[in-house]
Design a protein. Sequence first.
Length: 587
Amino acid sequence: MKRKNASILKSLLLALLFINCDNNDKSFNYTPEQTTTAAQVVIKTDKAKYAPGDQVTFSVDKVSENSIVRYKYLNTVLSEQPLTSTNWIWTPPSDDYKGYLVELYKTVNGVEVIVGTVGVDVSSDWAKFPRYGFLSHFDNMSDSQMTTNIDVLKDYHINGLQFYDWSEKHHKPLAGTVTNPSDNWLDIAKRPTYKSTVQGYINKAHQSGIRAMSYNLCYGALNDAAADGVLNQWYMFKDASHTQKAVMDAGSFLKSPIYLLDPSNTNWQQYIAAKNSDLYAVYDFDGYHIDQLGDWGTVYNYDGGVINLAAAFNPFIKSMKAAHPSKKLVFNAVNQFGQQGSIATAPVDFLYSEVWGPNDGFKDLATIIQANNTYSDNKLNTVLAAYMNYNKANSAGFFNTPSVLLTDAVIFAFGGSHLELGEHMLGKEYFPNNNLQMDGELKKNLPEYYDFLVAYQNLLRDGGVFNNPVLISGDGKVSLNSWPPVSSSVSVVGKKVGNKQIVHLINFSNANSLNWRDTNGEQVVPDIKKNLTLNLQNNQTISKVWYASPDLDGGASKELSFSQVGSYLVFKIPSLQYWGMIVVEYK
C-alpha cells in the first residue's frame, strides 16, 4: 500500500512540475470548445483510393471565407494553399502505400480552427490496406440509385466490395452462358437479380477506385448440380459409406438446400475454376471472395477417408490462384476455422475473419488480429466481419452508436478494418438484412473514423511491434490500464513503429459492458475527458509529441508541449472521448 501511495504522489508531483513550467503555452492549453467557433465544411474526394502519380480531385459543399487547405503526412505539413473554389486538384507525393490527411482550417480570433478534414490513400494495391464493404441487393435498380450507393461507400474510402449472394447457383455462378448470359435470374434466396445491376455496380465501383469481388462458397452445390456436371464422387459426406451428403438446409428460405463438396478434390477445383472463367468472361470482377460454413466435425470423402476440412482450404485456394493468377482471393475464416497453417499461408490477398462466440469481448477482436499477423508472418492485414447489435437487428430500429464506435476504435487501433458498410450497415450474417439504420450521430461520426484509418494507415496497419508502455495519470482525472480492457478504465495500447512510440487510449471508463457486439444495443456514450496530464515512462531523447483522435477536429494532429521530468515524459492531451492516439517521435 505504501508503494502505491508513493507512486500516486510521484505522479502528482510530476504533473505539478509540468504545469508550472508550461502554463503559458497555447498548444498546451488547447480547449476543444474552440472548434465550435466556425461552420464545418464537408470535404470529399473523387475516389476511394489513388495509384501513385494520380491526381486527387476534392470538392467541398461550400467555400468558407479565408480558409486554408493543408496537406499532411502524419504530423508533417507538406504544403498549404488558400481555398478559392468548391473544387480543386492535388497531386500527392509519388510514394506508394501512404496515407494523408487534408485539413481545411481558418483563423478565428487569433486561434486556428479546423473546419474540415478528409483522408487520402495512395496505394497501388488496394489489398495492402483493405477497407472492405459489401453490396447485397441486385434487383432492377436505376443508374442514380447505384451511383448514390457507390458514392456513399467511396466517401468512407471503402476500396473493395464483396458482391454478396448475387449469383444464380453456387456451383454455376454465371446465369446463362458466356455467349448468351441471362438478363435476370433468382439468387439462392429467390430474390430477383439483374445483369444490368451487377455490371452497373462493377463499373461504378471501378470509376470510384473500388475493386469488386464475387462472393461464392468454396464447396456449394444446389440440388440440380448433377445436370450441370457435378459428380457424386466430389461431395463431402457425413458417413464413411457415402450415403449421407453434408448439407445445409435452411428450409423454404432458400430455393435449394446447399450440398457441400470436398474442397481438396482436384476434380471439383477444376470444375469450379472453369465456371469462374465463364463468370470472368462476362463480368469484370476483380476476384473471388471465398466463403465456408465453419467446422462440420468429422466428414468423409466418397472413398471413406476422413477430410481434414481446415487443411483442405489451402489447396483449394492455390488451385483458384493457379487458374486465374491476376484475380484477387479472400477466404472467410469462420471464427478462425482453417486460418492457421491453411488459409493464412495460401495465396490470399488479406485475411478475413468472421467473428462468433466465444470471441465476444473487445479483447478477442485484438487477439484475432494479432494472431492473424503471426499466422501470415506479418505480411497480410485483417478484415473482421463482426456483426453489431445482433439481436436488436431482428427488428427495425437504429444501431447503438457507442458500441459501433468503440468496436471500430479497437479494430482500427490494432490494425484491422471492419466489414460493416454497404447499402446499409451490417447487423447480421445474412447481408441483405437492413433492419437497423445509422442514426444522425453515427452518420456524423463514423466518416471521421474512416478518414482516420486512411490518414494514419502507416502507423496503424503498416508494420510495427506491439508493446506495453508505462503510462500513468498525472492529474488523477482518469484511471488507466494496459490492454486488455477492464471496466471503469481507459485502456492503453502501445506499438513501436520505426522511431515512433504509438500509445492508443480507448475509453471504457463508463462502458456498461466489455462485449463488443452489444447484442441488444445498450452501450452508453463515454464521458469526454478533457486536458488530461499524462506521464509516459521514457529514457530516450524526444523530438516531438503529437496527438490525434477521430473524435477531435476530424483527426487533425495536434503537436503537444512536453517535458522530461526524471524518468517520465510529461504532456497533456486536449480531449478523449472514444479513442485517441499519442505519437512520441524519438530523435
